[in-house]
Ligand binder design. Structure first.
Ligand code: SAH
Length: 669
């Protein structure tokens, strides 16, 4: 539970990246459970009572430790709760046997059970573990243990009434959750009851996806009902439906003002086009226009509609399901392969494209992505088939799929194979063989310390509730055993290795450890991507020109290089300076013979620049990229808006740029 997480830890968590957390219902840190309450005595007492601890333990612990060190207070309270108090303290606290009984009841539910409980209930007496299982009694029984009535009734409803073990298990799960998580959990529990960590760290149950709905996806009526939009957005849409690009339309609106007529706006755009001064209007002088991501999608939908004469997706048309096992068209370790597929005509030919994003996106997202990317079906692959860590991703590409080959040497696919040092200390009861998805944030030292303390109280075989608490934390933070009772987060070097990057790829040059984790957590798993890109080696023996969008730390570049595909010209578009530095430095260290050009923002990359680059290099052979998944990934509780999220809508820029490149490259000279 997360009385164990500090505020500092909270702040470093980047929930943006990954798809695992939410699905796994891993206990999260609740603000209410943070230990940073102000030191005024009353509010401090209240703070711990609010976390579910009995008032007498709280006051006692504060008296013992003073008010300023809330961590120590918490440790002391936990010790009281676990019954690990010195004799003197025992005497001090209470000699009432009824209370003792209560304490024992509570202690048996582990130190990870005391979030959000109503402590007042604990002291209301009449606790007895021998009550019969008639509903009322069962309710009372668990309430006497300190669980709020509402949760108790829920837990009983979800389990057999006489299966008190299961009920207790549910209650423990609930009490590890923050209130908002609890709501999500209950809202989705009907679909998610089958969730179990082991399954999720390895295989994915497609039924889970049904729990996600793209709430604000656009209905047909929304798309056509532009009247409800603000006036200038209506104007933008009208321009889009006339065939102008988002950039042209928004620049024109910004330039001519919100009251301009359609005629004025189209005049402006045409004049700009005719005078071939797009650069002046749309580049240098381009006013900063914020294009609402929803509008962006609508405009592209309009463009697409004109192109394909297709309406928007309806619920029934949302068909893409995540396959199980998640091996795409095949992986080296499995004997099942698909070696042929028929691509839609519009997708065939140069440039090859390769788009990546998290597999477990909200409902409908992959349908939309696929639809935009010329109706190519995604290939879903879990990187656990390529390394010791899971990473479930979807890839839409038009590459051939036969004669693929893996990078050699292939990575070990078990934790022990990849991280030898851990084997010696790994307890038999930790059954993990794979790591979960590598994240952008890692557990804190404090957390490791708490785990050590929790384990040190027991011998080699801690009780089940301690095991559960420890394993939950291990899975949540990808912890590995590095000593007796000693757990540790993965080092950035280890993450680099697991992801297939060279050692020290992200190290040095001023990048912080936190940023290393973040950049790595967002990157491609190189072996996986290389397997898909390997077909390019025979197609382009003399090297390729790559347009690399959202390059990050260069997962695609590293993959191609390791495959032995010469990089002739790479135009890399990446917003983060730290990431650009990493790629540049790798480029130099690996003595690349080609050119690396850096641009910063995909939103600023328009037709004229693309035309120039295509002219300069004779076109691109590959347009590769994985746009940010911030609003798609399960871990993001704040904003899981689907493709309309501010970051995720950058997918439409991937599409726009690819589409423009195709158009320019297909233009007869
Ligand atoms: N595939 C990459 C990582 C992709 S993560 C790798 O292998 O490392 C998405 C990347 O998009 C991040 O590095 C982020 O900095 C970058 N990004 C976000 N907004 C961007 C924008 N507007 N233009 C270009 N890059 C952007």
């Amino acid at each position: 539970m997360d009385v164990h997480a500090s505020v500092e830890e909270n702040n470093t968590i980047d929930w943006d990246t990954e798809d695992e957390h939410e699905i796994e219902n891993i206990p999260q840190t609740s603000k209410a459970a943070s230990t940073s309450a102000g030191p005024s005595n009353v509010s401090l007492i209240q703070h711990f009572i609010g976390m579910g601890f009995p008032e007498k333990f709280v006051t006692k612990a504060i008296k013992k430790n003073g008010e300023s060190d809330s961590d120590r207070i918490l440790e002391t309270i936990l010790a009281y709760m676990d019954g690990h108090v010195s004799d003197e303290e025992n005497v001090d606290i209470d000699s009432d046997t009824k209370d003792d009984l209560e304490i024992q009841n509570i202690a048996s539910t582990s130190c990870s059970t005391f979030v959000n409980r109503n402590a007042a209930i604990i002291s209301n007496g009449e606790a007895s573990s021998s009550r019969g299982p008639s509903n009322l009694n069962t309710v009372q029984h668990f309430m006497d243990m300190g669980f709020p009535e509402e949760l108790v009734t829920r837990a009983i409803k979800e389990n057999e009434e006489n299966d008190t073990e299961k009920i207790l298990e549910s209650l423990l799960t609930y009490s590890q959750m923050a209130p908002e998580e609890l709501d999500t959990y209950h809202a989705s529990s009907s679909q998610q009851q089958c969730v179990n960590y082991d399954e999720l760290s390895s295989d994915y149950d497609e039924s889970l996806l049904d729990g996600f709905s793209e709430d604000d996806s656009l209905s047909e009526s929304e798309i056509t009902d532009n009247q409800s939009l603000p006036e200038n957005e209506q104007m933008l849409l009208s321009l889009a439906s006339m065939g102008y690009t988002v950039e042209e339309a928004s620049a024109a609106v910004a330039r001519c003002g919100p009251n301009a007529s359609i005629a004025e706006l189209t005049d402006f755009i045409t004049a700009a086009q005719m005078a071939k001064t797009e650069a002046a209007f749309f580049e240098e002088e381009k006013p900063k226009v914020f294009v609402n991501p929803k509008l962006k999608r609508k405009m592209y939908q309009e463009a697409l509609k004109r192109k394909k004469q297709k309406g928007p997706l309806t619920e029934e048309e949302e068909v893409i399901r995540i396959p199980k096992p998640m091996i795409g068209f095949g992986v080296p370790s499995e004997s099942r392969f698909v070696t042929h597929r028929t691509l839609p005509d519009a997708a065939i030919g140069r440039p090859y494209f390769y788009y990546e994003n998290v597999a477990l996106a909200p409902k409908g997202v992959w349908d939309t992505i696929s639809r935009f990317l010329f109706d190519v079906a995604p290939e879903f692959v879990d990187s656990k088939y390529f390394c010791a860590a899971a990473r479930k991703r979807g890839y839409v590409h038009n590459l051939p799929i036969d004669n693929r080959f893996p990078l050699l040497p292939m990575q070990p696919r078990t934790i022990h194979g990849a991280l030898h040092v851990t084997k010696k200390w790994w307890p038999a009861w930790d059954k993990r063989t794979n790591l979960n998805c590598l994240q952008t944030a890692y557990g804190s030292a404090k957390n490791m310390d708490r785990l050590r303390k929790a384990l040190e109280k027991w011998g080699d075989e801690p009780p089940d509730h301690v095991k559960k608490y420890v394993l939950d934390e291990c899975r949540r933070w990808n912890l590995v055993w590095v000593g007796k009772n000693k757990l540790a987060t993965l080092e950035p070097d280890e993450v680099e290795m697991l992801l297939g990057f060279p050692r020290n790829h992200t190290r040095g040059g001023g990048i912080s450890r936190t940023d290393r984790y973040k950049s790595l957590g967002n990157s491609f798993q190189v072996d996986t991507v290389a397997y898909h890109l390997s077909v390019l080696k025979n197609l382009f023996p003399n090297g390729i020109n790559v347009l690399s969008l959202f390059s990050g730390i260069g997962g695609a570049e590293v993959a191609l290089h390791r495959l032995g595909v010469p990089l002739k010209n790479v135009v890399s578009v990446e917003l983060s300076g730290a990431n650009r530095d990493i790629l540049r430095s790798w480029w130099e260290q690996t003595n690349q013979k080609g050119n690396l050009v850096h641009l910063d923002d995909v939103q600023k990359l328009h037709g004229d620049k693309l035309e120039e680059l295509i002219g300069r290099y004779g076109g691109f052979d590959l347009v590769v990229g994985g746009s940010p998944c911030n609003n798609l990934a399960g871990g993001n509780r704040v904003s899981r808006d689907g493709l309309e999220g501010e970051q995720s809508s950058l997918f439409y820029d991937y599409f726009r740029i690819l589409d423009t490149v195709k158009t320019i490259m297909n233009k007869p000279n």
